[in-house]
Write a protein that binds this ligand. Structure first.
Ligand SMILES: [Zn+2]
Length: 500
């Protein structure tokens, strides 16, 4: 089976921030999880380098748009490695291979009869690069997102006949209730379609920075059409000498923020149908991480800058916090103080201490070898359906709920330590058998949850699994009881050291 996951491509006119990191980590959690399940995974991210927002940002900095892209695209790339993001390709829409594929696909849309020449007149936001419909215009003709005056555009464009996709799109949403998740976002898209679709500009006449229209040398494609197509074009050249399109398209999951629903849930499927492609299996719309102004932390100040969090804490800690604090798919508040609390109480105390206690007790009481005895079945009862449950949740992009059910088991293991009190068992020679079972079951439970946590906490899991003597990676190893006793283990340093 194949699994193809994408993030939106990010505008190169700004610097990378936590919002970019958030979507990218989400896609990475899904990609890592699916790889562990043995799926053939392709994970795409990249930068959007055309259009007016980039032209304007470049002008402000005295650069050409290409220079701005060449300077800023590496900044986005440079966020990926420290975040431990395992993307298979990084697309830049200024790649010549992307540009020629865009021309080929949109030529087909034209030849299929979905394009015509017309006069565009209406309101346009240069920061959104979006032609606003009546319902999207703020007071005094401003952009409701950017609060800047909209410009009145009047130009001859090529139009994409979006209105003729009214019925196919209504059918798509009716037949595939899961096409857009969560449901509230599907409803937004349906409401937009329900207002009646109007044709949209496919090209721009007064802009030079874009993909040239093959049938009209005076125009470039409107940036959104060029950008949306990245999800398909990347597959044609990501792996040199191979075309992966038939292997990975349609995408399994496209993750987007709620500000770009119209483009992804309405324009995108219409464009794909017009070009003769299948539509993606699912779009998942996540919410915003909202910063709480007042809650300062001593080490991070009042912002959660991903680079700073990684430097002072770890990428794993950031990856954990994003999905633990805010339910993926909804808006929620985050704060540096909240981050530190989760770090100390959950990562350091609940998980880090569980790991170091378990390993040091095995070292101390059993010379560093997991006793080769039967597992405690009462504990097994709390673990038996865990891998299936996590898989099911991640299949639905329920990344927070999946982490919750794993974390319940981390807490269960901590309670088990308290219940069994191995340090007391160790004082009584007659209870050596009980101590064996306890240590063996703890090691196995810790191993099983760590296999599942690897998608969220890749660096920690790698270190801890090595200490537990686990060298495999497959998802079958997430089962409590997948490994026999008798394994030699080593102690680990604090997985989440205290910071001040
Ligand atoms: Zn705007």
């Amino acid at each position: 089976m194949t699994f193809y996951v994408t993030t939106p491509i990010f505008y190169v006119n700004a610097a990378p921030h936590l919002g970019h990191a958030y979507t990218t980590i989400a896609a990475d959690v899904m990609a890592r999880h699916m790889r562990a399940r043995g799926e053939d995974v392709f994970f795409l991210t990249g930068t959007d380098e055309h259009g007016e927002p980039v032209v304007q940002a470049a002008e402000r900095e005295g650069l050409t748009p290409r220079e701005l892209g060449d300077r800023n695209a590496p900044r986005f790339k440079a966020l990926l490695e420290p975040l431990l993001v395992s993307n298979d390709f990084f697309i830049r829409t200024s790649d010549p291979e992307h540009e020629s594929k865009v021309q080929e696909i949109l030529q087909r849309v034209h030849d299929n009869g979905h394009v015509y020449k017309g006069l565009y007149e209406g309101w346009y936001c240069p920061r959104c690069a979006d032609f606003k419909t009546e319902s999207e215009i703020g007071p005094d003709n401003t952009c409701p997102i950017h609060h800047i005056p909209l410009t009145r555009e009047h130009e001859e464009n090529w139009f994409f006949a979006l209105s003729s996709f009214q019925e196919p799109l209504e059918r798509l949403f009716a037949e595939r209730p899961d096409f857009v998740r969560p449901q509230v976002r599907a409803n937004e898209a349906k409401a937009f379609i329900g207002q009646g679709l109007r044709d949209v500009s496919l090209t721009r006449a007064n802009l030079k920075w874009g993909v040239p229209v093959p049938w009209d040398a005076d125009q470039v494609f409107y940036v959104w059409f060029d950008a949306l197509l990245n999800y398909v074009t990347a597959l044609s050249y990501a792996r040199p000498g191979e075309d992966l399109t038939s292997t990975f398209w349609p995408a399994s999951y496209q993750l987007i923020g709620k500000d770009i629903i119209k483009f992804h849930a309405v324009y995108w499927p219409a464009l794909l149908i017009a070009a003769g492609y299948e539509v993606p299996e699912r779009l998942f719309v996540h919410g915003y991480l909202l910063m709480q102004g007042e809650k300062m932390s001593k080490s991070l100040g009042n912002v959660l800058d991903p680079f700073q969090v990684i430097e002072q804490f770890s990428a794993d800690a950031l990856r954990f916090y994003c999905f633990r604090e805010v339910s993926f798919g909804q808006d929620g508040s985050i704060s540096p103080a909240g981050f530190e609390t989760r770090y100390e109480t959950e990562l350091a105390n609940e998980y880090g201490n569980l790991a170091s206690r378990t390993l040091s007790m095995i070292a101390r009481y059993r010379d560093g070898v997991v006793p080769d005895v039967a597992l405690d079945e009462t504990l097994g009862h709390d673990f038996f359906d865990l891998p299936d449950r996590v898989a099911e949740l991640i299949d639905g992009a329920e990344l927070t709920q999946a982490l919750d059910v794993i974390w319940e088991r981390v807490r269960r293991l901590n309670r088990y330590v308290e219940e069994r009190a191995p340090w007391q068992l160790a004082r009584d020679e007659r209870r050596a058998g009980d101590l064996d079972v306890t240590l063996r079951s703890l090691a196995e439970g810790l191993r099983a949850v760590t296999v599942l946590l690897a998608a969220y906490l890749p660096a920690t899991a790698e270190k801890l699994l090595a200490a537990l003597g686990e060298r495999g990676t497959g998802y079958a190893l997430a089962r409590y009881g997948a490994r026999d006793g008798g394994t030699a283990v080593t102690k680990v340093d604090q997985l989440f050291p205290k910071r001040d």
